[in-house]
Write a protein that binds this ligand. Structure first.
Ligand SMILES: [Mn+2]
Length: 291
């Protein structure tokens, strides 16, 4: 077998539907400082997809994990260098600390060169949609699941991730592609799915309350879109298990992309009109409907 035949997929030219220059890129839950951080894959994405503006939407550096062991491996250091290089070359970087890098919240309001640290942001898309951007841990209190269960989930998550690591090391030896054990388990758990649904609803409620068109966040490591009552919910995923980001193209459309910049899913372009505040003649009011 020649070297070119055995070349990994990463060296192949990007597919025609992969994104290149984008207006905005949203990334969260990188968890730098942990062995599960997929820094090399994220660095590959940043070589391929060039954003004008980059939102780092929380849990970028896992300061909680680094309390035990403060080490960034080579790939992780290279990723930090790449992000700083991006900022120096004119990309506007907005760092929104999450619950694993909450200590950085003390730096909110600070702006160093092209990097600003903010608690949350309002992003206006190219098509004029206004989106609330936050990590999302603030919605944990809206989730009606016992706090001890959330805590246990966090511990369990760490355990499952280490199983995941071993499982994929073994799969790698046999030439099998990456497969997420953790997300397979989560898809089968009713409690996990209930948590995700309640989280999404709380985020959309907040965006609606602030008169915005939608929400962008991370935190729950479950990427995807949802639209309810004209409010768009976007989750950019994570760089521990799924390796996805949210990208806004030049026209203002939002896409979920993988580490190669390939589009996995596109957000609904036309949101349903929000219910009008004043009743129209043929509108059914809650009283009329007997609610
Ligand atoms: Mn988080």
């Amino acid at each position: 077998m020649t070297a070119s035949q055995s070349a990994p997929r990463a060296e192949m030219p990007p597919a025609p539907d992969a994104l290149g220059q984008v207006r905005t890129l949203f990334i969260s839950d990188v968890h730098l400082g942990t062995p599960d951080c997929q820094a090399a894959l994220l660095a590959k994405l940043l070589r391929r997809v060039r954003p004008e503006r980059l939102y780092l939407v929380g849990d970028i550096v896992d300061l909680l994990a680094m309390r035990k062991r403060a080490v960034l491996d080579k790939d992780q250091q290279a990723l930090v260098a790449r992000v700083l290089r991006l900022a120096r070359s004119g990309c506007e970087v907005i760092y929104i600390p999450g619950n694993h890098d909450a200590a950085f919240r003390r730096l909110c309001g600070l702006k160093l060169h092209n990097v600003s640290v903010e608690r949350r942001a309002i992003h206006t898309t190219g098509s004029g949609r206004r989106l609330l951007v936050s990590h999302g841990d603030e919605f944990d209190t809206h989730v009606r699941i016992a706090p001890w269960l959330l805590k246990l989930g966090d511990g369990m998550h760490g355990f499952i991730l280490s199983l995941n690591r071993w499982c994929n090391r073994a799969r790698g030896i046999f030439g099998l592609p990456y497969w997420s054990l953790a997300s397979a388990l989560k898809r089968r758990s009713g409690t996990a799915q209930r948590y995700v649904a309640q989280f999404e609803e709380a985020a959309m409620r907040q965006a609606r309350l602030e008169g915005l068109d939608g929400y962008v966040g991370g935190h729950i490591h479950q990427a995807g879109f949802r639209v309810e009552e004209g409010v768009l919910y976007c989750n950019d995923g994570d760089w521990v298990e799924h390796c996805t980001a949210l990208a806004e193209d030049a026209e203002g459309a939002l896409h979920l992309i993988d580490w190669q910049g390939q589009i996995l899913e596109t957000a609904p372009r036309h949101l349903m009109p929000r219910p009008a505040p004043a009743a129209t003649p043929d509108a059914v009011t809650p009283e009329m409907a007997g609610a």
